[in-house]
Design a protein around this ligand. Sequence first.
Ligand code: GLN
Length: 183
Amino acid sequence: MKIGVLALQGDFDAHRKRLEELGAEVVLVKKPEQLDEIDGLVIPGGESGTFLKLLGEDGFAKLKAFVQSKPTFGTCAGAILLAKEVENPAQNGLGALDIGIRRNAYGRQIDSSIREGKFGDAPIEMVFIRAPKIERVGKDVEVIATEGSDPVAVRQGRTMAATFHPELSDDTRIHRAFLDLIK
Ligand code: GLN
């Protein structure tokens, strides 16, 4: 199983380490054609607007085709990229998840925080960094993790997203759930 981690920008290396720890073969994806060699993709956190700039129109089109056919997991900025609707400000989304998401939704005061949420019914640590908020969840979207009453991780078909950074906690459950989705 070859997993790609989009390595244009952001914290891709922490995802690489985690996936390797779990036994996956990891490819750092820097060129669109590398998408042809992988069975699944992680889009890391970073700045979603910068990702769009670096991808360019062709990269965006190629990535859009990929996420429609292969398992993809987006964290934070990656979740923003995968969404159908993005606001604050509005920007293009890949539309793989039927969700509405609001960028930088927690404001400056609580820019970043570590909170406890629930993954299924089990408690789990969640690291939020300038996190977006999922404001609308489509009917085919399953909420797989919550923080308070907010959905913070979702799945629709072969696409998964989290508004927090599981790659920055020691817990491996979220990445394992993604690898299970690929199998
Ligand atoms: N605030 C970033 C954005 O809007 C996401 C932050 C992150 O990925 N940690 O794209």
